[in-house]
Design a protein around this ligand. Structure first.
Ligand SMILES: NC(=O)c1ccc[n+]([C@@H]2O[C@H](COP(=O)([O-])OP(=O)(O)OC[C@H]3O[C@@H](n4cnc5c(N)ncnc54)[C@H](OP(=O)(O)O)[C@@H]3O)[C@@H](O)[C@H]2O)c1
Length: 346
């Protein structure tokens, strides 16, 4: 146990990700040394989350733990000063064999999940949970009878699909791929819309919901999709700004030609536009209770060995996956069956 193997980045591009060796850290007061078994990848190249095994006090030695994304964000809204405690940015990430965590930055891993599944919870699932339940009181999750629109079939959307269906909601999924839409339907999606072949997918959302629209939208495309989301949202609904896979800068499209302001777009359906930054620890615990009750298994598309982490991140960026891409860090992680590379024919 003399050293730690880790992947490092200076935030200067995927091609510059390097493997390094560092001395084994020693935990201080209220800290825990964790042997990391599995991490799941998220769209941000260095943003990774872990499941591992506690090697020091605070938890019992050998306990399986999962990391929280930001240990200072314990309840309610995140404050700007708490951003300093972000795992992966600005703090060191978890794509390494051992790491010291503050004990408040860990939660017990659900016993019914493999390491490969549990490591998908802290970012993708918590973000999805907040998109669906973040506006409701803690302890009173809902969704029953609502329409939830999931953009794309990446980690956050697939987690959202699973939570939506377990909540009793109607789920509408958009995707670039008919094969992925078929897989989403196997998971319970009620409607699938290919946004490549149906660029004005908001009309299709209105059609399949009998003119109601989506009560909750996972807005992952950003500038490329927001205008459609404003047309797809239900009266009184919520657009959750989660990602900007379709770009950060507004483009002038046919729909924008009328130059309707965001204020009017929001007012006309009395809707809420809100930014999501993961979620607090207490909502993570609330979500774990829900996952346990419904025995939700995160969907892992492909698992890579630690040595192939760079390839794994490039694979994630190529967007061939459905759900999550995971790294078996310790080579001893318990792993789920994967859908596999061949599931998607692009
Ligand atoms: N705010 C937060 O707290 C938070 C947390 C996690 C992630 N995020 C962000 O949320 C986004 C999704 O994260 P993720 O981890 O789910 O990513 P991911 O697993 O890499 O998902 C990528 C998928 O999104 C879909 N997609 C790509 N471009 C799109 C577009 N222009 N419009 C609609 N869908 C598109 C594609 O699915 P199809 O091939 O099916 O179309 C693609 O496979 C990223 O931007 C990420 O940075 C934010």
């Amino acid at each position: 146990m003399a050293s730690v193997q880790q992947w490092q980045t200076l935030q200067d591009g995927l091609e510059n990700l390097t493997q390094a060796t560092a001395p084994m850290p020693t935990p201080g007061r209220d800290e825990v040394l964790v042997k990391i078994h599995a991490v799941s990848l998220n769209y941000r190249d260095t943003e990774v989350v872990a499941v591992g095994e506690d090697l020091e006090v605070a938890y019992n030695v050998g306990d399986r733990v999962i990391s929280v994304c930001n240990y200072m964000h314990r309840t309610s809204h995140i404050h700007e000063k708490d951003m300093a405690a972000g795992l992966g940015l600005p703090l060191p990430g978890v794509l390494q064999t051992y790491r010291v965590f503050p004990s408040i930055g860990l939660l017990p891993a659900p016993a019914y999940l493999t390491d490969g599944e549990a490591c998908c919870l802290p970012v993708a699932s918590v973000t999805a949970w907040m998109a669906i339940n973040g506006m409701r009181p803690l302890g009173q999750p809902g969704g029953d009878g609502e329409v939830v629109l999931l953009q794309g079939t990446g980690g956050v959307s697939v987690a959202g699909l699973q939570i939506a269906k377990a909540s009793g909601a109607t789920a509408v999924v958009t995707s670039s791929s008919d094969d992925k839409l078929a897989t989403a339907k196997d998971l319970g999606a009620d409607h699938g819309i290919n946004y490549k072949t149906t660029p004005r997918w908001a009309e299709a959302v209105m059609e399949c919901t009998d003119g109601h629209g989506a009560d909750i939208i996972f807005e992952n495309g950003g500038a490329g999709t927001l205008r459609q989301s404003f047309d797809a949202v239900a009266f009184g609904g919520i657009i959750n700004c989660i990602g900007y896979l379709g770009g950060k800068n507004n483009k002038v499209t046919d729909e924008d030609e009328d130059r309707t302001g965001v204020n009017v777009l929001a007012l006309r359906r009395n809707m809420t536009l809100r930014g999501i930054l993961n979620g607090p620890r207490d909502r993570f615990e609330e979500m774990l209770h829900f996952y346990n009750t419904h025995e939700i298994h995160p969907v892992v598309h492909r698992i890579f060995p630690f040595e192939e982490s760079k390839t794994a991140i490039q694979y994630l960026f190529s967007a061939q996956h459905f759900g999550k891409v995971v790294i078996n860090v310790s080579n001893e992680a318990t792993l789920p069956d994967t859908k596999g590379e061949d599931m998607i024919t692009m």
